[in-house]
Design a protein around this ligand. Structure first.
Ligand code: RTP
Ligand code: MG
Length: 138
């Protein structure tokens, strides 16, 4: 499908570091439309559903802790191939190896501990996007 919607999150590290505006700017500069946007204090239930595929993995608990450590900005974004396009804007999961020019590559810090604090989330398929948009926006 070409015209799509995706769920983008500015994770608590991005909000705390004051990078929300810069991240929104990059999404808009690429030509994607901000359809809806809100600040959410995510609770355990929401995060357990959101990260269901990672439940049981060693990084799951620290990830939920981190993601509930402060507000997250949830964004419904639309555009042609926005799902793949935003993943490309975000860059690789680990900010240390994410390519320069990407959100994680340019703005992500190497905290030396883990790759949780990587600023953003973007849905990875049309199925994930539908599921995640329903979770965060109802
Ligand atoms: P996201 O879902 O947040 O867009 O990131 P992603 O697809 O690039 O990464 P994924 O594998 O889905 O992992 C989800 C988030 O979990 C944290 N993570 N920590 N080994 C670790 O400590 C580890 N691996 C993943 C990251 O915050 C990652 O974005
Ligand atoms: Mg993922």
């Amino acid at each position: 499908m070409s015209h799509e919607e995706t769920l983008i999150l500015v994770k608590p590290d991005g909000v705390k570091r004051g990078l929300t505006g810069e991240i929104l700017r990059r999404i808009e500069a690429k030509g994607y439309v901000l359809v809806d946007l809100k600040m959410v204090q995510a609770d355990r239930d929401l995060l357990t559903s959101h990260y269901a595929e990672h439940e049981g993995k060693p990084f799951f608990e620290p990830l939920v802790e981190f993601m509930s450590s402060g507000p997250t900005v949830a964004i419904r974004a639309a555009g042609d191939r926005v799902i793949e396009g935003f993943r490309s804007l975000a860059g690789a999961t680990d900010p240390t190896t994410a390519a320069p020019g990407t959100i994680r590559g340019d703005l992500g810090r190497d905290w030396g501990l883990n790759v949780q604090q990587n600023l953003v989330h973007g849905s990875d398929s049309t199925l994930s996007a539908e599921r995640e948009l329903a979770l965060w926006f109802g």
